[in-house]
Design a protein around this ligand. Structure first.
Ligand code: NOJ
Ligand code: CA
Length: 705
């Protein structure tokens, strides 16, 4: 108690000192958010953020050190400032809502160093109704052309020991379970040691966490820190000072320890802080999208959100293999590969998935393990494992495409790079021409393992540029993209509307290949963290909750079956997989009806109630239609929810089909129990939903004809 009081006192004193020395530069406000800019005697610019008269971020310094000890954070004076305000509305190519309002006040602060070097630095701040964004801009100047960032010194001096939902500052993987702790308790060593991540783990700073970082103050304010428009720069992680609750930007280094190689004039990504006293407003914020550049093309009719099934879970669960032979050297006397008899990506099996998709309102079929190389790919650090155009002998590309087309289904390409990003870049043109030639409209990419050859990190500047080059190349070739093992998204799907989804978090697959899987709270945290940056390919829809893994019979998901349905609404993605095996869906065709019906593109979205780590309920209106879909999920604790239906069109009657957990459902004891009921409802009514422990509810609302 005494320790805490002293810490608070120290904080107040230091805050007071900073305030006392600093000269006011400017102040901007929008609704409940206020930004103050000051400069201290030493010539460092500080910003602070207030929400409804509460200080959220105390004065926090800004700037850089460049390599060779070049100082770009002290000795500045403000030469001028410019302001402007914007209020516009734009339409995303696809998304959670039809119209997005971009409403902000902007100030650009022009800084110049007084010393002989006279370095110039601009900092641009935007104040929105729900938070602030700021970015650094290095103007064209005589003494700074090519330069290297040694450290970004951006501080986020928080004003309390907030409850925080965090994953460790790993440079290569974001596939972690979240820890909920106070800022003063952040210590990632245990998590990194225990992680079952399939990338190579490097997290040298025990107090570093990744963004989007979600926090809740003791007086009920929700604070989210992330970044927008991560281009030509490394991902920002945050170092947490456990005593002062000051966070400092900590950029992911390259293979040599440098942070970013830049060429003036240039900008950094935006640093974002979103604040509300209402949890639902955090995932509803459109600030990150607004801070990204508009779409690079207006020719977007080929970009089509869709549901898909895949030759995938059967390999994840050990029923089949990606590889055609058991070993790379399993060849016969003529040098031909000897089949192992378990290769899933064979023409006959793929046709089964095509038939299933075609019969069930599912547009796409993904096939993994179709191309040669899978005998020897995992963790091998080899350059040229895959060429992305050579099928195994039992996979007949032409026949599969012919068959799919005849059934109104499209095929989704798979390009696993096994971390060899350079090899992939060399082959990009060939790979995308192959997709164009055979009519694959979309590709799922992957970067399992260490990035070779130089050992760059998944979240460093080099790979950030790689992912963008891939998105750009895909755009050029009219290919939609779904990246696995990329950097976590920062809203670039606005600029590249073909960059439909990313994994970039711990997906449903961990329930297959790890013992602990994903805990029931996991999916209630993701909307406040990972999903802040963009859609996730979580691969929902597993119906067989227990006993699916042939190599680990006790393994089970930590959700009910109905919660898997609700994820189609709560885990937004324009590419949404129905991840289970067709036979598991056929056996429960009545529950599968929700997946058949649910949309993947929306005119409207409302987050009805939410608490990170506990529950979330979302309703969405199907694009161009009158149908609504509801998804409600909870953590390990069951709950009930009264849903006011006033989001429905007034005066219209709807058939509500309610997919609910069974009366005795429980994610551990009885996860597959469900009940389906129908009711006629309208906007004046309400629904009472009961969610089991680890459960959910899914509802479709279709107007009565
Ligand atoms: C990891 C991906 O997340 C998973 O979906 C894929 O099946 C494997 N890599 C193989 O590429
Ligand atoms: Ca993965």
């Amino acid at each position: 108690m005494l320790k805490k009081a002293l810490a608070i006192l120290a904080m107040v004193v230091s805050l007071h000192e900073t305030m006392a020395q600093n000269a006011q530069v400017s102040s901007l406000s929008m609704k409940n958010i206020k930004l103050d800019l000051t400069i201290d005697n030493g010539g460092t610019l500080f910003y602070s953020v207030t929400y409804k008269d509460k200080k959220i971020v105390a004065p926090s310094e800004l700037g850089f050190t460049l390599t060779d000890g070049v100082d770009m954070h002290t000795g500045f004076e403000v030469t001028s400032t410019e302001t402007r305000s914007v209020d516009e509305t734009w339409q995303p190519v696809w998304g959670e809502v039809k119209n997005i309002r971009n409403h902000y006040q902007q100030i650009t602060v022009h800084l110049k160093q007084k010393a002989a070097t006279h370095y110039l630095l601009d900092i641009i701040f935007r104040v929105f109704e729900d938070g602030i964004g700021f970015r650094y801009s290095f103007p064209l100047q005589p003494d700074l052309k090519y330069f290297i960032i040694a450290d970004e010194l951006t501080h986020f001096n928080l004003t309390g020991d907030h409850k925080t939902f965090w994953i460790p500052g790993d440079f290569d993987s974001n596939e972690y379970k979240y820890t909920t702790s106070l800022l003063s308790q952040v210590d990632n060593r245990d998590m990194v040691a225990k992680s079952t991540s399939i990338a190579v783990r490097i997290a040298p700073d025990a107090q570093a966490v990744q963004t989007p970082l979600m926090m809740k103050s003791s007086d009920g304010l929700y604070i989210n820190i992330h970044e927008a428009a991560l281009v030509n720069y490394p991902a920002m992680q945050l170092h947490v000072d456990r005593k002062t609750f000051h966070l400092t930007s900590s950029l992911v280094p390259d293979a040599y320890g440098n942070k970013a190689y830049l060429h003036a004039p240039c900008n950094t990504p935006w640093r974002t802080i979103i604040v509300s006293d209402n949890a639902t407003e955090i995932p509803a914020s459109k600030m990150i999208l607004n801070l990204n550049d508009p779409a690079k093309t207006t020719n977007t009719t080929w970009i089509k959100p869709m549901k898909f099934v895949g030759v995938w879970w059967e390999m994840q669960t050990g029923k089949g293999t990606w590889n055609y032979s058991d070993f790379p050297d399993s060849t016969d006397a003529k040098g031909k590969l000897i089949p192992n008899g378990k290769h899933s990506a064979n023409t006959a099996n793929v046709k089964r998935y095509i038939d299933f998709a075609s019969a069930n309102n599912i547009k796409g079929v993904l096939v993994e393990g179709w191309n040669t190389g899978w005998e020897d790919w995992f963790g091998k650090w080899k350059e040229n494992v895959f060429d992305f155009v050579t099928p195994y002998p039992d996979f007949d590309v032409k026949e599969i495409i012919r068959y799919a087309t005849s059934k109104g289904v499209v095929m989704i390409m798979h390009n696993e790079t096994s971390g060899s990003a350079t090899n992939y870049e060399r082959q990009l043109d060939t790979a995308y021409r192959f997709m164009n030639k055979f009519g694959y409209p979309a590709v799922k990419t992957g970067y399992v393992g260490r990035i070779i050859p130089r050992g760059e990190h998944h979240d460093g500047q080099w790979m950030v540029n790689h992912y963008e080059r891939v998105a750009e190349k895909a755009l050029e070739h009219h290919v939609m993209i779904d990246m696995h093992e990329p950097m976590r998204p920062t809203g670039l799907q606005r600029t590249y509307p073909n960059w439909m989804a990313n994994e970039a978090a711990r997906g449903n697959e961990f329930n297959a290949f790890s013992d602990d899987g994903n805990p029931p709270e996991h999916e209630t945290i993701l909307p406040f963290t990972r999903l802040m940056g963009g859609p996730m390919d979580y691969t929902p829809g597993i119906f067989k909750i227990k006993g699916y893994a042939s190599y680990a019979p006790d393994r089970q998901l930590h959700t009910t079956l109905v919660k898997q349905l609700a994820l189609y609404v709560t885990m937004y993605s324009p590419l949404q997989m129905a991840a289970d095996l067709p036979q598991n869906y056929t056996e429960r065709s009545d529950a599968f009806q929700f997946i058949r019906d649910v949309a993947v593109d929306w005119d409207d979205t409302k987050i009805l109630e939410a608490e990170p780590g506990d529950y979330i309920t979302i309703v969405r209106k199907e694009k161009g239609k009158a149908n609504w879909f509801l998804g409600a999920i909870t953590d390990e604790h069951g709950r009930s929810a009264n849903i006011n239906l006033d989001f429905l069109d007034k005066g219209k009657k709807y058939i509500a089909t309610i997919y609910a957990d069974g009366a005795t459902a429980d994610y551990q004891k009885n996860p597959e129990s469900y009940q389906i009921t129908k009711q006629t409802v309208d906007a004046l009514g309400s629904l009472h939903l009961v969610l089991a422990n680890g459960g959910g509810a899914a509802v479709s609302f279709v107007p009565v004809k």
